[in-house]
Ligand binder design. Structure first.
Ligand code: SF4
Length: 281
């Protein structure tokens, strides 16, 4: 899953803030890092997730409070990411609570949807809930180069299982040196899966976390998307490194929201940098 990387298709949204910032006109998204452990150990993982990573779970009660406050603040969309969220037993309750109230997307590598988990997911299915799967190629070698041998086939199998069971699947592709010459094949494969172009987000590799190559991105060139983990609130889901942190406490969310509004205002008055969203939706 994760915010896995130069813009291809569709282009990341360019945003320049106007001063003073009108918070109600901004399209706010809330991201929640549910956990940091993962069944994979991708060599470009910006979250430094792996099977050995400490779980650092945020917990269902906190998620419910965050969803409630996000709605009060006017957020229109909530995203769940990790780690691999479907390692958590309570992810279904988190997704059910959120998707009963607002548009909800969960990011996954789609490798864990064997019958028990699939049945739990089907039990909470609704029109507000969509699944975003990370897929880096239309052929195994392009995807497996950074994600591990055999992972492409398992992810493709997972996508098909989700589709057969009625779920809306979006794709996220990280463009890397391994797959950059084969993006046409990636798009053709997406088409063969019946996934529309507008539900496929391609982004460049980012030099964060475990990745030693890629774009250097930070608060000065990313449009804010409020992101919460167990340690506080961050500017953008690309990274929960210290340089991206805007608050040490995630509840209530309002002080962090106000801080981000003030920072956007300051950037609009003093800066000319064009920002990109770097995420889907
Ligand atoms: S699947 Fe996502 S969270 Fe897991 S290691 Fe790979 S990039 Fe990181």
């Amino acid at each position: 899953m994760t915010i896995d990387n130069l813009p291809v298709s569709p282009m990341p949204m360019n945003t320049e803030f106007e001063s003073p910032v009108n918070p109600t006109a901004f399209q706010w998204k809330l991201w929640i890092y549910t956990n940091y452990d993962c069944n994979l150990r991708c060599t470009y993982c910006v979250a430094k997730s792996s099977p050995n990573a400490p779980r650092r779970s945020i917990g269902l009660d906190n998620v419910k409070k965050l969803v409630d406050e996000a709605i009060e603040l006017g957020f229109g969309h909530i995203f769940f990411t990790g780690g691999e969220p479907f390692l958590l037993n309570d992810i279904y309750d988190m997704l059910a609570y959120a998707s009963e109230r607002l548009e909800t997307t969960v990011l996954t590598n789609a490798m864990l949807f064997q019958p028990r988990r699939l049945e739990k997911l089907k039990a909470i299915a609704n029109d507000n809930l969509e699944i975003q799967v990370s897929l880096d190629g239309g052929r195994a070698e392009d995807h497996d180069a950074y994600r591990g041998k055999g992972t492409w086939q398992k992810t493709v199998d997972g996508i098909r299982v989700l589709q057969e069971n009625g779920f809306r699947v979006r794709l996220s592709t990280t463009e890397t040196p391994a797959n950059t010459d084969h993006m046409d094949e990636m798009r053709a494969f997406r088409d063969s899966l019946g996934i529309p172009e507008e539900h496929h987000f391609i982004r460049p590799l980012a030099k964060r976390g475990y990745s030693k190559e890629g774009l250097e991105l930070g608060m000065d060139n990313l449009s804010p998307e409020l992101t919460v983990n167990i340690d506080g609130v961050f500017w953008h889901p690309l990274s929960t490194d210290a340089d991206m942190q805007v608050a040490r406490h995630f509840l209530p969310l309002k002080p962090a929201y106000d801080t981000v509004c003030s920072l956007m205002d300051e950037m609009a008055r003093t800066g000319t940098v064009s920002r990109v969203s770097f995420t889907c939706g």
